[in-house]
Design a protein around this ligand. Structure first.
Ligand code: ATP
Ligand code: MG
Length: 600
């Protein structure tokens, strides 16, 4: 491609809308343009990157035995009602765009395709002889994200590879899952990314085990906890660990104490001269179930620990049927305004005990009359502890479960932290890193096949539900995360495997016939040799061309400049800026070798 003919506009200034380096660079270098909130145009350079990523994904999926297909983006609501996800995906904080067609039928724009694929499987897969099956597609997904941001990282329209597998039973499903795990490792390695596979929360998709693939970068939205022995890595949403030890309690008898102005953990510990590990704090949440019922939740957790809201949400979903629902549509810490809607009298905030009376809740149709009380494991064995006295300005000390307070449902809703000891080996401590989730693989089991009646006949002649897995890669997010991991002050440094072009041939002065002739010849030869090459034949100053080539991040730059008279050109590696003179006759073979080395 000749740059003189390409629609390329580079910007010197950072775009105002962009916060993180990869977003700034992709806009500045002319790869993407914002069209609306979370909606971007992929310009020609970006499209080439996306096609390269897609091709690597495709090759690895095909090698694993999966088959490519293309499913509809317009999906009838009936399918989503069958799975029970229509309401959770379209109402409240649901992320599915929905619409009504001219015949008054409800449709959703596919955020994911479990329903569609399971409907196909239920019609097409009848016998164990047809198993296993694994189908995938690479396609635009639509999600009305609450906070679209960071360019392609969290778009409302983005490209995903999604795959769905069908197996005879759980054991076979796990074998398929392992194959996908391997395929994902291969994809990320081939794309030239530094990454980590981590244990993950399965979220609204459901199912049992799942793993996320995290590209390591400081701007990542996710926190990863891992151990140096390589045996443990998890998303903080899921991570578990051993909390620090409890300090001996300075209190040996139960007593109510006046503790004025101590509504924070820090203040009460200072006032009572005890450790936060001696404290049971009671954290208030407000959960709204999909049935419309609001429940107030009191979590009892150790003073030095924090509630993990993902774990808490999972615990509350387990209780949903008691509240006439299937799931939770919102989980918040109620502010003063929210409290006014249900509190019968003002709450002793900062001084609440595990036994806070249900009388604080107004009787009302849509509000559960009793608190949901959850006891985190960190306080299960605590003795002679301090907690609120349910009266502003007072605490109790030397309290014990079974005496003054009753333990409720025991759960793990604690946030694991860096420096905690690891469960698998207490000598290991957790380290922290930031990551960008670019892939997620799930063992779904029979959740969707049961809901939609996707059964098959096994060898014994019994009709049983298919065992499923699903596997996503954010193709457009992956492409941007490569930039987030690899750039410098001058621009993007693409991994060679996914760079839009391998080489840019720069003509410093287009009015110099020798420079033009040499460049044209090399351009033709490089392309002929299968090396994807740009020719910067624009009538611009050499400095502008060099700057642009660095901003765009093409791995190798060939300059037909001063050294031509000795039969050489200058070849510069983008990553290191290392420059060397190469004989014109050797340019193709040299670059071919470098590219092969960098992509295998
Ligand atoms: P996240 O927690 O980041 O919202 P998710 O759990 O909703 O991701 P999945 O439903 O597992 O994501 O989708 C599979 C992959 O698609 C993700 O691993 C991610 O790489 C990508 N992805 C998800 N949402 C977006 C988005 N809004 N924009 C770009 N890529 C996305
Ligand atoms: Mg999401």
């Amino acid at each position: 491609m000749r740059l003189s003919q390409m629609l390329l506009v580079t910007l010197r200034e950072d775009p105002a809308e962009a916060e993180i380096p990869s977003h700034k660079l992709l806009v500045r270098a002319g790869y993407i343009r914002r069209i609306g909130s979370g909606v971007y145009a992929y310009l020609p350079l970006m499209w080439r990157v996306l096609q390269k990523v897609s091709q690597i994904v495709r090759e690895e999926m095909n090698a694993s035995g999966a088959q490519e297909c293309l499913l509809p983006q317009l999906q009838p609501s009936d399918l989503w009602k069958e799975s029970g996800r229509w309401d959770t995906y379209t109402k409240a904080e649901g992320i599915m765009f929905s619409l009504i067609d001219r015949q008054d039928r409800e449709l959703g724009l596919g955020p994911t395709h479990e329903e569609v694929i399971t409907a196909i499987a239920r019609e097409m897969i009848r016998s164990y002889r047809q198993l296993p099956q694994n189908l995938y597609q690479i396609q635009t997904k639509f999600r009305d994200e609450i906070r679209p941001r960071f360019g392609l990282m969290r778009g409302r329209e983005f490209i995903m590879k999604d795959a769905y597998s069908f197996d005879a039973d759980e054991t076979a499903m796990k074998a398929t899952y392992q194959k996908m795990n391997q395929a994902y490792h291969n994809i990320l390695r081939r794309c030239g990314l530094k990454f980590r596979a981590v244990d993950a929360d399965s979220g609204a998709i459901g199912g049992s085990g799942s793993q996320e693939f995290m590209v390591l970068a400081d701007a990542g939205e996710d926190e990863i906890l891992y151990t140096d022995d390589g045996k443990y890595a998890a998303n903080v949403e899921k991570a578990a660990s051993i909390p620090p030890d409890v300090a001996p309690s300075p209190f040996s008898s139960y007593e109510k104490r006046e503790t004025p102005g101590t509504e924070t953990i820090e203040k009460v510990c200072k006032f009572l001269n005890c450790s936060p590990t001696n404290l049971v704090k009671n954290v208030l949440y407000q959960a709204v179930f999909d049935s419309g019922t609001t429940a107030l939740v009191l979590v009892h957790i150790r003073g030095d620990q924090d509630v993990n809201e993902v774990k808490l949400q999972n615990e509350l979903v387990k209780l949903a049927d008691q509240y006439g629902g299937k799931t939770i549509v919102s989980l918040t810490v109620p502010d003063v305004d929210a409290q006014q809607k249900w509190a019968a009298k003002s709450l002793p905030l900062g001084y609440m005990s595990p036994a806070l009376s249900d009388d604080y809740i107004q009787s009302s149709k849509n509000i559960a009359p009793k608190f949901i009380r959850l006891t985190d494991q960190t306080v299960a064995d605590l003795q002679d502890f301090v907690t609120g006295a349910d009266e502003a300005g007072y605490h109790v000390v030397g309290a014990n479960w079974g005496d003054q307070f009753q333990k409720s449902n025991l759960v793990d809703v604690r946030t694991a932290k860096a420096d905690d000891r690891a469960l698998h080996d207490p000598a290991q401590t957790l380290k922290t890193a930031r990551g960008i989730e670019i892939g997620h693989i799930f063992q779904l089991g029979t959740k969707y096949s049961k809901a939609l009646g996707a059964n098959y006949t096994n060898e014994q002649g019994e009709e049983i539900p298919l065992a499923m897995g699903c596997y996503g890669v954010g193709v457009s997010r992956l492409a941007q995360s490569a930039v987030e991991q690899s750039y410098d002050k001058d621009g993007i440094i693409w991994p060679v495997a996914i760079a839009p072009y391998h080489v840019v041939v720069v003509i410093p002065n287009v009015n110099d016939a020798d420079q033009v002739a040499a460049a044209e010849k090399l351009y033709a030869e490089l392309n002929q040799a299968g090396i994807e090459t740009l020719l910067d034949d624009r009538n611009e100053r050499a400095g502008v061309k060099f700057k642009d080539s660095e901003l765009i991040g093409i791995p190798y730059r060939v300059v037909t400049g001063k050294s031509l008279k000795d039969g050489n050109v200058e070849v510069v590696k983008r990553a290191t800026k290392e420059a060397q003179n190469v004989a014109i006759a050797d340019v193709v073979s040299t670059l071919k070798q470098w590219i092969t080395e960098a992509t295998t």
